[in-house]
Structures are given as C-alpha cells and as structure tokens.
Design a protein around this ligand. Structure first.
Ligand SMILES: *Cc1c(COP(=O)(O)O)cnc(C)c1O
Length: 400
C-alpha cells in the first residue's frame, strides 16, 4: 500500500477510536417506512421525507412526464444553455407558496447557502449565526470572508449585544460602502427540532438595520397554514430578506431554494457562484419538487400533516416514562439525547439487530458529548410500525 493510503488509514483509525466512523448502508428499495438492506426489511426512522412524498405516485408521475418531455439531462448551467421551462414553473410555484415576489432554485440546499451568503456579504461585513445552525450555513458564512459572530442558541439578549457591537463598529467604519450585518438562523432546528423566536428576531434586525436569512429546511411542508413554513405563518414573509430551504425533505424531491424580492433573485442569478458554475438540476427532480409543493398545499397535504403529528404524538406518549430523553418542542424530529458517542452507536446497533433503522447522530452535526438517536417520524408510518419501535426501546435502553 502506498504512503497516501497509509496516511488515510491512520486518520480513519483515529475517527473510529472516537466513535465517529461512518459508512454507507446500501438500500435496495425506495425511501419509505420499510426499506431493504442486505436482503432484510428494516423499519426506517431516519428519513427527512416527513410527508412520505419521496415515493409518492404524484411525484413519480410528474418526474416521468418531465423526462419524456424535457429529457434526462439539463445540458449546462441555466445561464449558459438556456433555462428549461420546468425550472421556471417550479420557481413560480415556490414564490406563490412562500408569499414572496420571486424564487431561485439550486441543485441542493447546501448549494443555496454556499451561493447566497458569499454573494451578499464579504470581508467588510459581519455574519451573526445561531450556535446551532446547519453546517451549510456555517460553511457559507466562512466562505464569504465576513467577520463571524455566534450567539447562544435562540438567545435574544446575546444576539442584541452582538448587534449593538456590530452597529458601533459600522459607525466607526471608514467612508465607502456601509458594512452590512447578516443574521442567520433556522426556523426549526435540524438536530433538536425546536423553534426560533422569529417575530423577536425580525424586531431586532429592524431595530439595528441588519438583514435576516432564515433556513426553513425542517419547517417547509409541515408547519404553518398549508405547510408554508413559519415565516409565512407568522406573516413575516415581507420582512425577512432571505428565505431559504430545501426541496429534499418534506417536499420529497431534491434541490434548494431562495425566496425573496425580485431584486434579490436577479442579484443571485448574477452573483451566486454555486448557481452560475453548476449544471442545472435535471428536469425530473425539478418537476417532482413542483408536484410536491402542490401536494403540500392540497387537502391530501393537510391529511398527511395530521397523520404525521398523530405518529409523533404516539411515539412521544409511548416514551413518556423516558421523558428525560425527550425534547420539549414538538416537531417531526425527536432526538433521544444519549451523550457519549460510543453508547449512541451501541444503541443504534442494538436497534438495527431488531431491524429498526435509527441513526446515531454524532459530532460534527452535533457537539461532542451530545450524541443522540435521532428518530424522525413521517406521515407514511403506520401506527403498528411506531409501536414496534416503542416495544423494542425498554430492552435496548437497559443495555446502556
Ligand atoms: C438538510 C439541510 C440543508 C441542506 O439541504 P440539502 O438540500 O440537503 O442540501 C440545509 N439546512 C438545513 C437546516 C438542513 O437540515
């Protein structure tokens, strides 16, 4: 073996020793509550497909029709070879859904973050992040070159103190372009499932003339009237500069989006590098996402949300004797906080032996010593499937 592989093997050993090693598990069926892994059927409690749309006939049908009409590939980036109709249809649907003037889609939510933040702010500016925001937002903020500040999770006093500092700094800035401050948060947090105090954030950012970007990755489709997310639900769509999200979770397809004013979208088309220098998403995925957005707003979407909350309630009340592990907030993400990485891995392995697929989430998505089993419910789960997870839990936990 050459020196390169030896070096990498040493690094992998170090990762293993910390209980942080990961490997891919091949699944031979579509994403749904039951998946086949190595010829065995597992109950799947790991997916962000909250409404069970990833394998829904309406999305499959939309994808097939798009392939027939527009082909398999997208050809190039949308600025180079022309921007296919399905992308425009999706963006119009998204803007209407989110109550914004316009929308722009990216290949992934990660790409939306990485393209947008560095387009908007640079060296002279400040980005203020909630301590628990997703890696895509952290990476994007770092890439922008702006000065970074982190406030304690959902802590308005901490945020205000940083805004005051930024304001002071702006007042002392040399003449030229006014330094900008961008606040970045999620509405529903991805690993804890709790909510940001959005109206208070909006008040604060207005008081200090800062900009606000919110990531609704885990809210779109499941919270707010007709699943429009928390920004729209709170009537704040016109007061949040940048609404971001993914089309890969409740929407059931793949891709990322930014919603905002026409000026924001025109600007991103000119300046967001992950949009400009990347091949457009394929027609099938885009058409599936548009079908997902439509379904979310329909009666069936409402019924699926009802079903989702019924399963969440079933699981949480079934675990009530283990209340210490449960978060206070209600979302489709139910983290059971274990702490130690190796212990979390052992629990996940024990569940796996009973054909229950629940991932052990470990650093870096969460802090070291904050490892957890992250149970996600979907509208597609049946009551007896949730009951199977509940039945296995006491015995598994006794192995702790
Ligand atoms: C999943 C996720 C993203 C990334 O979206 P993808 O479409 O999966 O790239 C961004 N932000 C948050 C909070 C997420 O949970």
């Amino acid at each position: 073996m050459n020196d390169f592989d030896e070096e990498l093997d040493r690094r992998l050993d170090a990762i293993r020793q910390q209980g942080l090693y990961r490997e891919l598990r091949r699944v031979d069926t579509p994403q749904s509550p039951r998946v086949e892994i190595r010829g065995k059927e597992f109950l799947n409690f790991s997916s962000n497909d909250y409404l069970g749309l990833a394998n829904h006939p309406a999305l499959i049908e939309a994808a097939l029709r798009a392939v027939e009409r527009f082909g398999a590939g997208a050809g190039a980036s949308r600025l180079i070879c022309g921007s296919l109709a399905p992308h425009h249809d999706l963006e119009e649907a998204l803007a209407a859904f989110k109550g914004s003037e316009a929308a722009l889609t990216f290949a992934t939510g990660y790409g939306a973050a990485i393209g947008t933040i560095p387009a908007l702010v640079g060296k002279a500016d400040i980005v203020i992040l909630d301590k628990l925001v997703h890696a895509s937002l952290v990476d994007a903020a770092r890439l922008s070159g702006a000065k970074l500040r982190v406030f304690a999770h959902n802590d308005l006093n901490d945020l205000e103190a940083i805004l005051r500092w930024a304001d002071q700094r702006g007042a002392n800035a040399p003449a030229g372009r006014r330094p900008r401050t961008l606040i970045v948060t999620e509405t529903v947090f991805s690993m804890d499932g709790d909510f940001a105090p959005l109206p208070e954030f909006v008040q604060l950012k207005e008081k200090f003339g800062a900009w606000l970007m919110v990531d609704e990755a885990h809210a779109t489709g499941i919270f707010g009237a007709r699943g429009r997310g928390l920004v729209e639900h709170r009537g704040l769509a016109g007061r949040v500069e940048i609404q971001m999200g993914t089309l890969g979770k409740a929407v059931g397809a793949a891709g990322g989006y930014i919603c905002g004013t026409r000026a924001l979208i025109n600007y991103l088309v000119n300046r967001a590098r992950s949009f400009i220098f990347s091949t457009a998403p394929v027609p099938a995925g885009v058409a599936a996402a548009k079908a997902g957005i439509g379904l979310i707003q329909s009666e069936e979407g409402a019924a699926r949300r009802y079903q989702l909350w019924a399963r969440v309630e079933q699981f949480k009340s079934g675990l009530a004797s283990d209340g210490s592990l449960l978060p206070a907030a209600a979302s489709a993400i139910i983290p059971l906080i274990i702490g130690d990485e190796i212990a979390a891995l052992k629990l996940a392995a024990a569940l796996s032996e009973q054909y229950l697929y629940v991932p052990a989430i470990r650093y870096p998505p969460v802090a070291r010593g904050q490892a957890r089993l992250r149970v996600t419910m979907t509208a597609a789960h049946a009551a007896d499937e949730v009951a199977r997870l509940l039945a296995a839990w006491p015995q598994i936990k006794s192995q702790l």
